[in-house]
Structures are given as C-alpha cells and as structure tokens.
Unconditional design. Structure first.
Length: 271
C-alpha cells in the first residue's frame, strides 16, 4: 500500500496555491520511483513490505524485518532507492540530447539530485542514516550500534539546522523536513529498548540462522548483559566455561521471553 504523508500533502497544497503543480507532480514521480526501488529490492529478497510512505524528500518503506536479515541484503535494499536516480538521470539526459525533452529536464535533474543528496545525509530515517546503522553494526552489537547511530544522527541533524539558519532561514519546506526528522529521531530514541527487544524476539520466534559464532562466558554473567552483546548476522553458541556447558542462543531467548528470567545469571539456567 502506498501512503502520502501529511507533510507531502501540505507541500502539494502549497504547490497548487502557487501555481507550481506540474513541478510538484514531477517531484512526486521521482520520489515514488525512489521508494519503489527500495520496495522492489525488499520483495526480491523475500522481505514483507507493509507500506510505502511518500515524503517530499523521499519516503519510508515499512517492512516486517527487524535487523536480522543479512547485512548484504540490507545494504542492497537501502542502495536500491538512490540507484533509481542514476538511471532516471541517464534516461532523461538521453531524451534531452535527442531533443525529445526540453521544457522540464533541468527541473527533473534538480529534483533527482536533490532527493538523492538529501537522502544520503547520515540522519535516521534517511537512507544515509540506515547506511550509518549498518556501518556501526559491523563494529558494535545491535543494541549499542542502534544507540550510537541515534547519537550521530542527532549531531548531524543539529548541523543541518545550523546550516539552514545560516543559508536558508526562510525555506519553509526545509524547515518542515527538519521538523519531521526531529520527530522521527525522538520516536526512534523513545522506542530504543522496544526496537532492541523486537530484534531479539524475531530471532527467537523465527529461529534466526546466520554465521555461527561461539562465545565463552562465565556462569555469573547476567542474561541481559549477554544478550546485549549479540551482533547482527550471527547465530550464537554460548559456552559457559566454569560449568563446561554449551548452549544454543534459543535456550537463552526462551528463558528471557517465556520464563521471564530476565535478571538471572546465565549459569542458573543449567543448574
């Protein structure tokens, strides 16, 4: 299902009032193709795409995947959106040089470059913010990488605000976008723990399979602390050194979600 965000409806309304509906229609087409690129790549990898939300600068493809897909898949899904602008600009340029499209090519090029560059800003939930999350996921566990990504996004958003104040203080559309990004970041930060739990729950409910990783821990280590060390893309085998016990991560997740042994030491699960 394709949904138009209220922010985009406001922009469309302003374009009608100012007599720039054709330009807005062109922007709508560019944004739609950008998001269909994300959705098409997600479908190709078997992801469940629930909704596509269109915004003036891009959009959001709402999926049921919660951080447990292979990182290469996530990278391809993220890059599929920006890649649409490459072929659109190429096809548009061919039509322009053949003399088949003269009147709005410059605006078409501007819209493509604007959506492409803006979406690559390292701010969540833009494509650049998602790429930043993937980068941090290579260095930190899921919970920590999500938190560090949010910190970085907030810093970058503050820099964008300062640049807007200095160079574009009266650019209404840009301020609306900044407000949207601020609200999105606030919601993501507020739901940080829930997003982490959803990451663990999906591993438990679908028996996540990834690269096998063996981790040795002491029996007194807290279950919550151990789960917080889980990286994306790995399936864990836990070795409790002082008990000479090896267990699959499913045992830990079962204790966490079904037995509510959240604060227990890992060793108590095997005594």
């Amino acid at each position: 299902m394709i949904t138009i965000h209220p922010l985009f409806w406001m922009t469309i309304g302003l374009s009608i009032l100012t007599g720039r509906f054709r330009e807005m229609l062109l922007l709508f087409l560019v944004v739609l193709i950008h998001e269909l690129g994300h959705a098409g790549a997600a479908r190709f990898f078997g992801w469940r795409v629930n909704e596509i939300v269109l915004l003036p600068f891009g959009g959001v493809a709402v999926v049921d995947e919660h951080g447990n897909r292979p990182l290469k898949e996530e990278l391809m899904v993220i890059l599929a959106g920006p890649f649409q602008h490459v072929w659109m600009i190429g096809v548009g340029a061919i039509f322009y040089y053949l003399g088949l499209w003269d009147d709005m090519f410059s605006l078409f090029l501007l819209h493509n470059l604007m959506v492409l560059v803006f979406n690559l800003l390292p701010i969540w939930p833009l494509d650049g913010g998602k790429l930043l999350f993937l980068f941090y996921s290579l260095r930190y566990p899921f919970k920590a990488s999500h938190r560090v990504m949010l910190h970085s996004s907030i810093v970058c958003l503050c820099l964008l605000m300062m640049a807007t104040i200095v160079f574009f203080p009266f650019h209404l559309n840009l301020w609306m976008v900044i407000i949207f990004l601020s609200v999105s970041l606030f919601k993501e930060w507020k739901h940080h723990h829930y997003i982490y739990l959803r990451f663990l729950l999906e591993r438990y409910s679908t028996t996540f399979k990834g690269k096998k990783k063996v981790v040795s821990v002491a029996s007194e280590m807290k279950l919550t602390d151990l789960l917080a060390t889980f990286y994306r893309g790995y399936h864990y085998q836990i070795v409790i050194t002082d008990l000479n016990v090896e267990a699959d991560e499913q045992v830990l997740l079962h204790a966490y979600f079904k037995k509510n042994q959240i604060g227990c030491a890992v060793g108590t699960l095997f005594r």
